[in-house]
Design a protein around this ligand. Structure first.
Ligand SMILES: Cc1cc2nc3c(=O)[nH]c(=O)nc-3n(C[C@H](O)[C@H](O)[C@H](O)COP(=O)(O)OP(=O)(O)OC[C@H]3O[C@@H](n4cnc5c(N)ncnc54)[C@H](O)[C@@H]3O)c2cc1C
Length: 440
């Protein structure tokens, strides 16, 4: 039996198998270290195709992977020897400017959503690299430069259209299947294939500003402490951050979404932190802001990253962060949370870390497979120096760290409730190639 035999005559997409001309491109994901070979890539044209593909995977007993934008660093989308549902043809984003809503297909990339919304001066929180998939990002929460202003992507979800493990199409909203609606706002791809996200948009305007200073990392402690202390009192249009990289300076900066002139007091505060080695202040369209990291985050490199949520950053933690500059590889950041993220009750969605004050992340990229272990080990070592202050981890920043990592991403209460929802909607754990929550 082959997949092509078992798909219904109504199937409108395409099936790629090893040897098909588009097969290798379809199994290639963002992290160049991921090299898996699905038996079938089922490139779906719509929800009915997805329903058929889920049923076929179950009939054939194949591991099922779901590819949104292909950006999970662990490469969850690509099942070795299994069936990959490839949503890349389902990439549309349609905006209703009067209702301030967007309907976004499950395989859309963030750039499509941003472009469609900005045509009307609107936006909602999306990530900071435009070639990331809305699918994985929104299902894990969704953090970006608008999050302090309007909440996470999942906080702006009005409804989901979902293909379940039974191959049925259901809607999940506050009124229809509310427990599933709760779980989809942070619980990842555990509950089905989301073929459409309905999102609330906001009148953000089209302007933004970035401001950064580079300082001598060796003498950066006071400036770092001062800057991060301001992160939570800052207007919600601002996201303050700090960055360090191997052999580099300490960079302190902010991203502002709104009229650039309104950011002047914050920028002046940045200038008062010390004598900068370099200073960059740039007013730019919001769409350019959303693409400015696209090249640095290009596909194809081998990657490794580790992350922690932190609430307190005493001097010992800041010193550990500054000491990252002495490593031979890696770049790290501390990015402020708070604002609208923290307005939401902890139990209101499956995103569990409303009280995180900063997200810490360290990562490296390289090309030679011979460096895999060494560079990953360096990132782990650096992240371990911040771990004493860790209060959890963002599920979308988690690598393949097994059950302990998933527990860290959710905490006991949210994890337990997610496991109940999983039992109700996917008792056989069909959707398990993700940060998996087995049925209770
Ligand atoms: C360069 C880069 C920048 C990033 N920036 C941000 C950021 O600014 N903010 C942020 O919050 N995160 C960010 N992330 C993390 C990102 O949210 C996760 O990697 C996320 O998993 C990517 O989703 P994807 O659809 O592209 O990935 P995929 O690998 O395709 O999918 C990831 C997981 O989600 C599941 N999935 C995807 N789509 C669907 C769907 N439609 N229905 C059901 N399950 C689905 C997959 O099965 C898989 O388990 C970034 C990642 C990268 C690599």
């Amino acid at each position: 039996m082959t997949t092509a035999d078992t798909l219904p005559a109504t199937f409108e997409g395409e099936v790629l198998v090893p040897g098909s001309s588009a097969y290798d491109a379809a199994r290639t994901v963002w992290n160049g270290a991921v090299d898996r070979r699905p038996a079938y890539v089922v490139r779906c044209a719509g929800s009915d195709d997805v329903r058929a593909a889920v049923r076929v995977a179950r009939e054939l007993g194949l591991p099922l992977g779901v590819r949104g934008g292909g950006h999970s660093a662990a490469g969850w989308a690509v099942p070795e020897g299994g069936l990959m549902i490839d949503l890349s043809r389902m990439h549309g984003a349609a905006v209703d400017p009067a209702a301030r809503t967007a309907q976004v297909q499950g395989g859309a990339l963030l750039g499509s959503l941003d472009a469609a919304a900005q045509a009307h001066g609107l936006a909602t929180t999306a990530g900071i690299v435009s070639h990331t998939g809305i699918g994985g990002l929104a299902l894990g929460g969704g953090v970006g430069w608008l999050a302090r202003q309007v909440g996470l992507t999942c906080d702006n979800a009005l409804g989901y259209e979902v293909v379940t493990a039974e191959g049925e199409l259901v809607r999940a909203t506050a009124d229809e299947h509310p427990e599933l609606f709760w779980a989809l706002r942070g619980g990842g791809g555990n509950f089905g294939v989301v073929t459409r996200f309905d999102l609330r948009l906001h009148d953000t305007g089209t302007q933004a500003l970035t401001a950064e200073v580079d300082l001598d990392a060796g003498r950066g402690l006071d400036a770092l402490r001062t800057w991060l202390t301001r992160a939570h009192e800052a207007p919600r249009r601002a996201t303050l951050y700090a960055e360090v990289r191997a052999g580099g300076p300490l960079t302190l900066g902010l991203v502002w979404v709104g009229a650039p002139d309104d950011a002047a007091p914050l920028v002046a505060g940045l200038d008062g932190l010390g004598t900068p080695l370099a200073r960059r202040v740039t007013a730019l369209p919001y769409l350019d802001l959303q693409r400015r990291s696209d090249v640095g985050a290009a596909h194809g490199y081998r990657r490794y990253a580790k992350s922690h949520y932190v609430r307190e950053l005493p001097d010992a933690a800041l010193e550990a962060f500054l000491a990252h500059t002495e490593a031979d590889v890696g770049a790290a950041s501390l990015v402020a949370y708070g604002g609208a993220i923290a307005d939401v009750e902890p139990g209101a969605t499956a995103f569990a870390h409303r009280d995180a004050r900063f997200e810490y992340g360290v990562g490296a990229r390289w090309e030679d497979p011979a460096d895999d272990e060494r560079h990953a080990a360096t990132c782990r070592r650096l992240a371990a120096t911040i771990e004493p202050w860790s209060v959890g981890v963002y599920v979308n920043a988690l690598g393949a760290e097994g059950a302990a990592g998933v527990h860290r991403a959710y905490g006991a209460a949210t994890y337990g409730r997610l496991a109940q929802v999983k039992s109700a909607w996917d008792p056989e754990n069909v959707f398990r190639l993700n940060q998996n929550i087995p049925p209770a």
